[in-house]
Design a protein. Structure first.
Length: 323
């Protein structure tokens, strides 16, 4: 899940990291306890001369950003991970600081970053794919829908399918990207918690969306791709690809009542401790990190009204795109 392929990669640990961090996973590990860019560049040149690809794992230290900017200038295209040994109590602040450094300061291109935020001490990866897809969107409009469980996201997705002439492949539901084996593993400290970021394969989700964007349909003046999910605005790389953002909102009691008649009902304890608690964290996170216009839709009104509001906004955007 970290994206490091043990058969093809070596790893360079940069900073004060546990020496056994990747023992048993990667054979070829080099550790620079106090790295500077020149040291790192020499090591990368050695790997290149041996036809080896290296992943870099950084801890947070004073010159991390400086080194990364230098790597960017030199055209480094491997994988970069940030190691955070302990999460602070205020996760929102960490995420704000984390993305302020990695997204705004370093300016990696769209589709170059993936994020998997674990609830336990772990690697928080920001990955520069070596075979990065470069989206050529043309007149494709990508629509993102998010909001809490049972808000009506899927209902809106299905309602938009006809008017927008959506191909089945262009309706992407994030529920298809759960890491089932991980969630159901009793070794997982978040066993049976389906409502946290680490329950989803964000990398595969991003890759799938990029593939759909690059499969441009030449016979349509405007083509739509619709992405729906309870954490579809979690990964900045995904958010950058959206042209339209919808947030379908409902209150906690409406969510609970609707879950009780859904395929997978939840207990009151699960709602309070996991589902709604994680939704509130996600909502704060989105508010802090997403700087695009977001259209809010009331999920408690009749679905026909929600659909009409969404279609009206999409029509406005499409008209502008055609000009």
């Amino acid at each position: 899940r970290m994206g490091i392929d043990s058969k093809e990669r070596s790893v360079i640990l940069c900073g004060n990291l546990p020496s056994d961090l990747l023992t048993g996973i990667i054979e070829n590990i080099t550790h620079l306890t106090e790295p500077d860019f020149r040291q790192l560049e020499d090591l990368l040149q050695q790997h290149k001369s041996k036809n080896q690809r290296a992943s870099l794992v950084f801890t947070v230290h004073d010159n991390t950003v400086t080194i990364l900017k230098s790597l960017r200038e030199k055209g480094f295209t491997g994988s970069i991970f940030l190691y955070v040994p302990q999460l602070p109590q205020n996760e929102t602040l960490l995420r704000q600081e984390y993305y302020a450094v990695w997204v705004n300061s370093i300016h990696y291109e769209p589709a170059s970053i993936r994020s998997v935020f674990s609830e336990k001490p772990s690697l928080l990866p920001t990955v520069l794919p070596e075979m990065a897809l470069k989206p050529q969107k043309g007149r494709t409009i990508v629509i993102g829908i998010s909001g809490p469980s049972r808000a009506g996201k899927s209902l809106l997705r299905r309602g938009l399918a006809g008017p927008l002439q959506l191909a089945k492949e262009d309706m992407i539901c994030q529920d298809n990207f759960f890491l089932d084996d991980y969630i159901l593993s009793k070794d997982n400290p978040n066993y049976m918690n389906w409502d946290i970021p680490s329950a989803l394969d964000h990398h595969r989700f991003l890759h799938h969306l990029l593939c759909r964007i690059n499969d441009e349909a030449a016979d349509k003046k405007i083509r739509y791709i619709l992405v729906e999910g309870f954490m579809s605005l979690y990964d900045p790389a995904v958010v950058q690809l959206f042209d339209i953002l919808f947030w379908v909102k409902i209150d906690k009691e409406t969510c609970y009542n609707r879950r009780q008649v859904a395929q997978y009902p939840v207990t009151r304890d699960y709602l309070e401790e996991k589902l709604w608690a994680n939704y509130k964290r996600y909502k704060r996170y989105v508010k802090a990190t997403v700087d695009k216009e977001m259209v809010k839709l009331d999920g408690t009104v009749p679905p026909s009204q929600v659909l009409a509001s969404a279609l009206n906004h999409i029509k406005q955007v499409a008209t502008y795109q055609m000009q």
